[in-house]
Every structure is written in structure tokens, then in C-alpha cells.
Ligand binder design. Structure first.
Ligand code: MG
Ligand code: ZN
Length: 363
């Protein structure tokens, strides 16, 4: 009798184990993968920069809509404190490299980027920024050079990858070059619609767009940039989302970093608020779409920015700075949409690439 009961219990327990194991497996198999990834980088945006925008927006921060939050470690291959080239290369290729290098390893070997991989798999791709498109952060997704300041060399790389949309400044690096090549003509020969004013994008219904809106960098918010990043983002999403296979896009709030270098709290606040407005726009799209992973982070912190006073009711922020350069601290990661649950805890900056790769391509 006792034996029979024990046997019966064992059988039931075994069934329970098999059943629960199966259900765990089933759950893992059904974890939803995103069709699209929108990756937003606030250059130089540490937690104080994020919090300054939260206060300025009277606690209505769009980044706070992301329920999955983590941090990443920013150091580069050769420096305790990264620059934006090595920082963006970690995201774009999954490898820490030397400061100043773009999508090459420490031995200067070519590293394929997540954007190039997406292109090769037939996805649409985009780079949308508030600096020259040839500047370090966007360049790390498309150019492979050992000197981030070589803008004219970087511009040539936009002709080697079939990127769908790239929008920002930097027209001179395509058209006023020492080698007197006109790369905009070369882009047109490859079926790009080259536009010089943001308003010209609205008449474009499909195809590839190169938006070169300023000779060098677009102005800062305080000097009247307006809703450039929001406009660029809206038009890019409109074009990229036509691809049934999906898209990968990087959006950069490029000048948060420059506010830090200038030790200018007002510059930081205005740029981070602008960036967060665009985060809101992207999250609205992702919410409706349901197949889009949104990840928001920074490459590093800039300025050693500390919030030393302020008022959340009035939206005022007072800040102090430790230095005029980047700092070493880990920076926040916010995620929303299918796959967002993977972006928690303290990770390496390079992990972001590997998570993107496995979520988009399954390995
Ligand atoms: Mg940058
Ligand atoms: Zn910087």
C-alpha cells in the first residue's frame, strides 16, 4: 500500500516535472522577436543628463515609459574613458576598440556592423542625427577607418553600403572635398534622392534618401534647430517601415555631449529634452506597431555633470561640472517592445550589439 502510494506520487511528480519543463521551453520558444529595431543614442547622456530633462519636463519624461532599465560599462579597448568612436563601435560591431577607431578592431581589421548586416539581409536601414552624418557616432555604423576626424574618407563609405536613409548635416564632406569629387552626384547615380531641406522629404514616397541639411553640423537647439530631429525621425520611419522584412535605425541626440564639453547646463537640458521628445515619438510608433524594439542609451557621460539644485514644479535645473571631457561612469539603458526584457542589469556596451544581432537574425 505504502509502496503503491509512493509509486503513484513519483509518477505524478515526474509528470509535473515534464509538464513544467515543457511549459518553460514553450515559453522561451514563443518569446516575441522584433521585426524592427530603433536604437537611440544620447551622446554624453549620463543619469544626471537624463534627470535634468526629467526635471525640465516637470516629471513627464518619455524615457520613463520604458519598463526595462539597465546600465552598461563604457570603457574602450585602450582607455578607461572612451570616446564616441570606440563607444559607438562597441554598439555597432560588438567589439571594444581603441579610441578614435570606427568599426575596426585594435589591429585595424574590418568589423562588420549591425547596420551592414541588416542591409545584407534585406532590411531597410537608417541613420538620423543632429550633427554631420560623418561624425563619429553615425560613422561607426557605416565607415571603417582608424581616424574619426577623417570626414572626407568617412563620407565615401556611405557609397559602399546600401543604407536606405541618412539624415543630418555634413554636406561639405560630400560636395566640397579636397579630392574635388562630388559624392552627392555619386549618390544620385545610386538612386538616392539627395535633399538639402527637411521640408523636401515630405514629397518623397519611397526609395532612398540622403538628407544633407547643413554644410557642417546643424545648430544647437538654443540657436534655432527646432524640430529637426523629430522631422528626420518621422520621415525615416515613414520610409523604413514600408519594408516587410523590417528595419534597423539609429537616431542620435548628438549635441548633449557638446553641452557637457562646454560645461553648459542649459545646452544639456535643451538637447536632452529635444532627444526625449523624439523618444516619445518613437515609442508612440512602437506601441502602435507592436513589432519594434526600442533601445535608448548613451555612449558615455560628458562633463561629470551633477545636479546641485532645481525645482520640479517650475522645471528649473542647476548643475555643476567636474571637467570638460568624458567621464568613466556606467550609463543607463532603457528598453521597450519585444526583446526589451533582455536589456536589464549591468552589461557591457558590446552586449547591446549581440542582443540586437540575436533578436534580429536569431544567432
Ligand atoms: Mg556623437
Ligand atoms: Zn564628447
Amino acid at each position: 500500500m505504502i509502496n503503491k502510494i509512493t509509486k503513484a506520487t513519483l509518477i505524478i511528480v515526474s509528470f509535473l516535472i515534464i509538464f513544467s519543463t515543457n511549459s518553460v521551453t514553450a515559453q522561451n520558444n514563443t518569446t516575441k522577436k522584433p521585426k524592427n529595431i530603433i536604437f537611440l543614442i544620447g551622446d554624453g547622456m549620463g543619469t544626471a543628463q537624463v534627470y535634468s530633462a526629467l526635471v525640465a519636463k516637470k516629471d513627464k519624461l518619455n524615457m520613463a515609459r520604458c519598463k526595462y532599465v539597465g546600465f552598461h560599462k563604457t570603457y574602450s579597448a585602450n582607455k578607461f574613458i572612451t570616446d564616441s568612436a570606440a563607444g559607438a563601435t562597441a554598439f555597432s560591431t560588438g567589439q571594444k576598440t581603441n579610441n578614435g577607431y570606427l568599426a575596426i578592431d585594435t589591429n585595424k581589421m574590418f568589423l562588420p556592423t549591425i547596420l551592414e548586416m541588416a542591409c545584407n539581409k534585406g532590411l531597410s536601414t537608417g541613420l538620423v542625427v543632429t550633427c554631420a552624418v560623418t561624425h563619429a557616432t553615425p560613422a561607426a555604423f557605416i565607415a571603417h577607418v582608424d581616424n574619426r576626424d577623417n570626414y572626407e574618407e568617412i563620407a565615401k563609405w556611405f557609397l559602399k553600403t546600401d543604407i536606405t536613409v541618412f539624415l543630418g548635416g555634413g554636406r561639405n564632406h560630400f560636395e566640397k572635398r579636397k579630392d574635388s569629387l562630388n559624392l552627392s552626384d555619386s549618390l544620385r547615380a545610386r538612386n538616392y534622392q539627395v535633399v538639402y531641406k527637411p521640408s523636401e522629404m515630405s514629397r518623397i514616397t519611397s526609395g532612398k534618401i540622403a538628407g544633407l541639411f547643413y554644410p557642417e553640423h546643424p545648430p544647437k537647439m538654443a540657436d534655432g534647430r527646432g524640430d529637426l530631429l523629430g522631422q528626420e525621425t518621422a520621415e525615416a520611419i515613414r520610409i523604413l517601415s514600408q519594408n516587410k522584412k523590417g528595419f534597423f535605425m539609429m537616431i542620435e541626440g548628438s549635441q548633449i555631449d557638446w553641452g557637457g564639453h562646454n560645461n553648459d547646463a542649459d545646452y544639456i537640458v535643451k538637447e536632452t529634452v529635444d532627444f526625449d521628445d523624439v523618444v516619445g515619438q518613437v515609442l508612440d510608433f512602437a506601441e502602435k506597431d507592436g513589432n519594434t524594439l526600442v533601445v535608448i542609451t548613451a555612449d558615455h557621460e560628458t562633463g561629470g555633470f551633477a545636479i546641485t539644485g532645481g525645482d520640479i514644479k517650475n522645471g528649473t535645473v542647476e548643475g555643476k561640472f567636474s571637467l570638460k571631457d568624458h567621464t568613466a561612469v556606467m550609463v543607463p539603458v532603457f528598453a521597450f517592445g519585444p526583446g526589451a526584457e533582455e536589456f536589464i542589469g549591468i552589461m557591457q556596451n558590446t552586449d547591446i550589439f549581440f542582443k540586437f544581432k540575436s533578436l534580429l537574425f536569431g544567432n
